[in-house]
Design a binder for this molecule. Structure first.
Ligand SMILES: Cc1cc2nc3c(=O)[nH]c(=O)nc-3n(C[C@H](O)[C@H](O)[C@H](O)COP(=O)(O)OP(=O)(O)OC[C@H]3O[C@@H](n4cnc5c(N)ncnc54)[C@H](O)[C@@H]3O)c2cc1C
Length: 439
C-alpha cells in the first residue's frame, strides 16, 4: 500500500537529530514530509531513559555554546542546561602504570597543556574548522592513528596516560583504528584550545535530557508526519521521484528522499540504483566508534569522582552521576568493550573487577545502558573516522545522488559526530532539498 504521492514532497529515513531537524526545516518552508523511523521513539543515538528517578542519557549527552547549532536550538526552545560533572569537591585521578594517581587542579592544568601540544597540528590542518575542508597535509597526518600520534608524545607517565585516556574517550574505539585528525579537528573547533575542547566534550548537559530538545524540534514540524516502528528496507529512485519501502509492505512515494541514517547502517537498506561505491565501502568498513557507555550503581556514597585510565584498562573513565547515602550512580566509559571481563551487558561481577584499578573497593549493584555497537540501527557509537577516511569518505558521504539527499552527524561539516553536527546537517539538507524542489 503506497501513501498518496501528491501529498508528500519528501520522505525522510531516520528520526535522529538530523532527520527531525530536517523535518522541521522542510515543514517551515511549506514542504510536506513523512519521516520513517524504525525505533518506537525519536532521537536515535540520543536516548533519555528514566531510571531510578533520573533522566539517564544512554547516548549523546553533552552540549556546549561552542557548538553553534545545538546551542541555537537550546535557546530557541528555552531548554534548561546544567554543569555536569559537578566541579565542587571533585576528586580527579588517573590510573598510570597500574597505580592510581590523584591529580591536583595544577596537575590537570599541566595535562591540558600537554593535550594542546598533542593537538599542535590542528592549526595547520584545520584553519577553517567550521568548513568541511582541511589544509595541506604534507606529513600525511590524515593517515595517522591516535595510537601512532601518541608515540610522538614524550612527557611524564601520568600526563601521557591522561592524554591517552582522553584519546580513548574521544575515539571510543581502539586507538590504532581511530584517526589522529579527529582530535585535531575537535581542538580546532574549540578555538585551537584543549581546555575549551575538554569543556565542549563534557561540561554541560540538558536538565531534562536530550529528549526534551528533540521533542521540541519535532513539535514544530507541523507539516511532517512521524511514523515510528517503520523500518525502511528499500529505496528506489523512479523516473520522477522516490519510492521508499517499509518492512511489512507499506511504501511512501515522494519527490525526494533524505537519507538520515548512521554511516555504519547505510548498507542495511537496499538502494536502487546502488549508492556510490565510496558510500557502500564506508558503510562496510564502518567508523571506529564502538565503545560502551553504561550507568553503574555502586554501594554507598563514594563522593564526587572523575577517574581516567589509559587504553590498557577495560574502563577509561568513571565519573559520578548521582549520589545518595544508599548508592552512587557512575557513568562508565569503555573504549574497548572486549577488554571488559563481563559475560553479559549487566554482569555486575565483571564490571566490579574492571572498576577496581580506578575505584578500589567499589561494589557494583546494577548496570543499565544501551549496547550501541550491537544495535542493528546504529552499529556503533559516535562517528570517529579511521585513518584516511576523512579524505576518502567525508566529501562523498555528503554528496547528493539523483533525488537522494544525505544528512547525519557522521558527515557534518564541523562538529561531526556530535548532536550539533546532526542538526547542522539537517539544516543543510532541508535547504538543498527545498532549492531542488523549487528549481
Ligand atoms: C554512547 C553515546 C554517547 C554520545 N555522547 C555524545 C555527547 O555527549 N554529545 C554529543 O553531541 N554527541 C554525542 N554522541 C553522538 C550523537 O548522539 C550522535 O552523533 C547524533 O545523535 C547522531 O544523530 P543522527 O541523526 O545523525 O543519527 P542517529 O541518531 O543515529 O539517527 C538515525 C536514525 O535512523 C534510524 N534508522 C536506522 N536504520 C533505519 C531503517 N532501516 N529505517 C528507518 N530508520 C532507521 C535509527 O533508529 C536512528 O533513529 C553520543 C553517541 C553515543 C552513542
Amino acid at each position: 500500500m503506497a501513501t498518496s504521492d501528491s501529498q508528500v514532497d519528501v520522505v525522510i529515513v531516520g528520526g535522529g537529530f538530523a532527520g527531525v531537524t530536517a523535518a522541521r526545516e522542510l515543514s517551515m518552508r511549506g514542504r510536506r514530509a513523512v519521516l520513517l523511523e524504525a525505533r518506537d521513539r525519536l532521537g536515535g543515538r540520543t536516548y533519555t531513559k528514566e531510571h531510578d528517578g533520573h533522566p539517564m542519557e544512554f547516548g549523546g549527552t553533552w552540549v556546549h555554546p561552542l557548538q553553534p547549532n545545538v546551542w541555537a536550538e537550546i535557546n530557541r526552545y528555552g531548554i534548561e542546561t546544567e554543569t555536569f560533572p559537578v566541579v565542587e569537591g571533585l576528586r580527579q585521578a588517573v590510573v598510570s602504570s597500574g597505580h592510581l594517581v590523584d591529580l591536583s587542579d595544577d596537575d590537570v592544568a599541566r595535562a591540558v597543556e600537554v593535550l594542546d601540544e598533542f593537538c599542535a597540528p590542528s592549526m595547520a590542518l584545520f584553519p577553517e574548522p567550521y568548513a568541511p575542508t582541511w589544509g595541506p597535509d604534507p606529513e600525511g597526518l590524515g593517515d595517522r592513528s591516535l595510537r601512532q600520534h601518541l608515540e610522538t608524545l614524550h612527557v611524564k607517565p601520568e600526563q601521557r596516560d591522561w592524554v591517552e585516556a582522553m584519546c580513548c574517550l574521544l575515539a571510543f574505539g581502539p586507538l590504532d583504528q581511530a584517526a589522529a585528525t579527529e582530535f585535531f579537528r575537535t581542538h580546532a573547533l574549540s578555538g585551537w584550545n584543549a581546555g575549551l575542547a575538554m569543556a565542549a566534550l563534557s561540561a554541560t548537559k540538558l536538565v531534562k535530557g536530550t529528549r526534551a530538545l528533540i521533542e521540541a524540534i519535532a513539535g514544530q514540524a507541523q507539516l511532517a508526519e512521524f511514523r515510528l516502528g517503520a523500518t525502511v528496507r528499500r529505496v528506489a529512485q523512479t523516473g520522477d521521484g522516490v519510492r521508499v519501502e517499509v518492512e511489512g509492505g507499506e511504501s511512501v512515494e515522494a519527490s525526494a528522499a533524505l537519507i538520515a541514517l548512521p554511516m555504519n547502517v547505510l548498507n542495511s537498506v537496499e538502494f536502487e540504483p546502488s549508492l556510490s561505491l565510496v558510500k557502500r565501502t564506508a558503510s562496510q568498513e564502518r567508523h571506529a566508534g564502538a565503545g560502551r557507555k553504561t550507568f553503574v550503581k555502586v554501594k554507598g556514597d563514594i563522593g564526587n569522582v572523575s577517574v581516567l585510565a589509559p587504553e590498557e584498562q577495560a574502563v577509561n573513565w568513571a565519573v559520578t552521576y548521582a549520589r545518595s547515602p544508599q548508592g552512587t550512580w557512575l557513568i562508565v566509559f569503555s573504549a574497548n568493550p572486549n577488554r571488559l571481563p563481563m559475560t553479559a551487558f549487566d554482569d555486575t561481577a565483571g564490571m566490579q573487577e574492571a572498576l577496581q584499578p580506578l575505584l578500589p573497593g567499589t561494589e557494583v549493584e546494577s548496570i543499565v545502558g544501551w549496547d550501541w555497537a550491537n544495535d542493528p540501527l546504529a552499529l556503533g557509537t559516535w562517528c570517529i573516522y579511521r585513518p584516511g577516511q576523512l579524505t576518502r569518505v567525508l566529501p562523498e558521504l555528503r554528496t547528493t545522488e539523483g533525488r537522494l539527499f544525505f544528512a547525519g552527524a557522521d558527515s557534518a561539516a564541523a562538529w561531526r559526530s556530535f548532536i550539533d553536527g546532526a542538526i547542522e546537517s539537517g539544516y543543510r539538507a532541508a535547504r538543498d532539498i527545498d532549492d531542488s524542489l523549487t528549481g
